[in-house]
Structures are given as structure tokens and as C-alpha cells.
Design a protein around this ligand. Structure first.
Ligand code: NAP
Length: 292
């Protein structure tokens, strides 16, 4: 069997076109132009790249972006004061504090300082708490896990009643992905570094999400034939033939798993483009909510 490839780049582009149209419709109807504020603390090169990509994506869709950069030694108070100013700024509909923050800053307190109405990353404890509660809805859902669910649905996965396995339990990917799958009425198992017989647990999955950070760890014989496999992993591996000396691979051994699964996301080109798209959609929704 050769799996259907779930083209995250194409699906994300389609969704971005819709966002661009909705942004212009909102402005044309007298509403505000959506605005996203980014807060970057320190000079982590990967974080600088992610923030730049997010700002560029905003520009392309007509969303205003407001970049704020604080130095590596910014105090807790400085970061929280900036967040509070952004909470009060009517031009800002979404606030994104780029993680990870430099050591010494209290990440939870900073995320809690973001108004839940502007928490477009969906990491505020209240939004995550609502995601975990039956009958409650968060104002925003974290973008990477939300992207996983969109890709599964677009690929035609039947989620209701499916056995789903999520490998990874991080606050930003694994745990919210598991909570979203529960909301979709899957029966969910969450795996982590202490899980016994991980290959055996993965083999039970109709839907398998890998968010581990270990290059090509999920092998072909870990996967149930016909399963839907979503690879969140983005890992650098040395490659002397590549221009930069490395290439990116997922947490799934694509060449093996593509022969077994029913559908699979490549990495790169799967979940990655959906993450920024989710952020743009959330910023638009926040501006629409502000308008109404
Ligand atoms: P993380 O915070 O490091 O969490 C990794 C999770 O994997 C942890 O729960 C850990 O278990 C588990 N794990 C680690 N080694 C394991 C093993 N040998 N067996 C089973 N479980 C194991 O990572 P993350 O932030 O969730 O990111 C995961 C991957 O997704 C990374 O490659 C990251 O680059 C990528 N990512 C991609 C996007 C995107 O937009 N495409 C966004 C975010 C992250 P414990 O909890 O027991 O430590």
C-alpha cells in the first residue's frame, strides 16, 4: 500500500486565501483591520526566524503586524508590562509571545497576562482549561494541534470512534492535540518517554500523531495498515550534500511509513504551514469578534 500524501502546503494556502478575503470583507464593512503583535525576547535565531515568517504572512494577507523586541535580559515586569499595554491597544487583536522565553522568565505568568480575548496562540491557562472541559469552548485553540485536526479532516479521516494515539505530551502540541481528538470523539492514548511498548501502542492507532522531536523515530512496523499519520516533528539532521549542511526531517520515518499508512503528512510540507495559518485565522476571528 502507498499512502495518500496530505499536502499541508496546498491546504494552508487555500485557507490563507480565505483569510485574505475575509480580512478585506471585514475592513470593507467598517470593521477594524486585524492586527497581530509579536513579542520576541532575546536573540534566539530560530525564534527570530519564526517571528519574521509570521510577520511576513500577516503582510501578505492584509493583517497588520506590530513587532516588539526585548533584550535577552528583559525582566519579568518589563515583559508583563508590554503584554498589558498590548492588551489595552485596540489596534491589536492578537498577541503572540514567541516561546521559548529566555531562562529566568516565568512563562506561565507571562502567558496568563495575555488577555484571553487576544490569546491567538491559545496557550492561556483558561483557554487550555476550557479545551479540557466537556461542554466548554476555548476562545482560541493552539495552532499546531488545530492544524493537525484540519489536515485529518481534509484527508477524509473518520474521527468519531477512531483509536487515536498521540506520541508527545507537550503543552504546545501533544496535550492539546489529544484534547482536540477527544472533542472529536476519538478514543485517545497519550504516549511519552516513559510509555512501555511504544511500537505496540502505536500499532493500535487508526490515527497517529507524532510530536516527539526525535528524527524518524516512528517506523513502518509501528503503524497499522491504512492508518492516518500526522507528523508534527521538525528536526535538523546533518546532510553534507545539502547547501546548509543539514536537512529537516519529521518524527516519522516517511519512506517506511508511506508504504503502510493510508494517509501521511510529509515533514516539511505537512503540519508546519498549517501552524502559521491557524495564527492568521485566530487573529482574524479576534478582530471579527471585536467588531461585533
Ligand atoms: P517537546 O516539548 O520536547 O515534547 C516532546 C514530547 O515527546 C514529550 O512529551 C516527551 O515525553 C516525548 N518524547 C521524547 N522522547 C520520547 C521517546 N523516546 N519516546 C516517547 N516519547 C518521547 O516537543 P514539542 O514542542 O511538542 O515538539 C515536538 C516536535 O514537533 C519537535 O520536532 C518540534 O520541532 C515540532 N514542532 C513543530 C511545529 C510545527 O509547526 N510544525 C510546532 C511545534 C513543534 P516526556 O513528556 O516524557 O518528556
Amino acid at each position: 500500500m502507498t499512502a495518500k500524501i496530505i499536502d499541508g502546503t496546498a491546504i494552508a494556502e487555500e485557507l490563507r486565501q480565505e483569510v485574505a478575503k475575509d480580512v478585506e470583507a471585514l475592513v470593507a464593512s467598517g470593521g477594524p483591520r486585524p492586527g497581530l503583535a509579536t513579542v520576541l525576547v532575546g536573540e534566539n535565531p530560530a525564534s527570530q526566524t519564526y517571528v519574521r515568517m509570521k510577520q511576513k504572512a500577516c503582510d501578505k494577507l492584509g493583517i497588520e503586524s506590530f513587532g516588539h523586541v526585548l533584550s535577552d535580559d528583559a525582566s519579568q515586569e518589563e515583559v508583563e508590562t508590554l503584554v498589558k499595554e498590548l492588551n489595552a491597544d485596540p489596534k491589536v487583536h492578537g498577541i503572540l509571545v514567541q516561546l521559548p522565553l529566555p531562562a529566568g522568565l516565568d512563562e506561565e505568568a507571562i502567558l496568563r497576562a495575555i488577555s484571553i480575548e487576544k490569546d491567538v496562540d491559545g496557550f492561556h491557562p483558561i483557554n487550555i482549561g476550557r479545551l479540557a472541559q466537556k461542554g466548554r469552548e476555548p476562545l482560541f485553540v493552539p495552532c499546531t494541534p488545530a492544524g493537525c485536526i484540519v489536515l485529518l479532516k481534509k484527508a477524509g479521516a473518520k474521527l468519531e470512534g477512531a483509536r487515536a494515539v498521540v506520541v508527545g505530551r507537550s503543552n504546545i502540541v501533544g496535550m492539546p492535540a489529544a484534547l482536540l481528538l477527544v472533542k472529536e470523539n476519538c478514543t485517545v492514548t497519550i504516549c511519552h518517554s516513559r510509555t512501555q511498548d511504544l511500537p505496540g501502542v502505536c500499532r493500535e492507532a487508526d490515527v497517529l500523531i507524532a510530536a516527539i522531536g526525535r528524527p524518524q523515530m516512528i517506523k513502518g512496523d509501528w503503524v497499522k495498515p491504512g492508518a492516518y499519520v500526522i507528523d508534527v516533528g521538525t528536526n535538523r539532521v546533518d546532510d553534507p550534500t545539502a547547501k546548509r549542511g543539514y536537512r529537516l526531517v519529521g518524527d516519522v520515518d516517511f519512506d517506511e511509513v508511506v508504504e503502510v499508512a493510508g494517509a501521511i503528512t510529509p515533514s516539511p510540507g505537512g503540519v508546519g504551514p498549517m501552524t502559521i495559518t491557524g495564527l492568521l485565522q485566530n487573529t482574524l476571528r479576534s478582530a471579527q469578534r471585536a467588531a461585533s
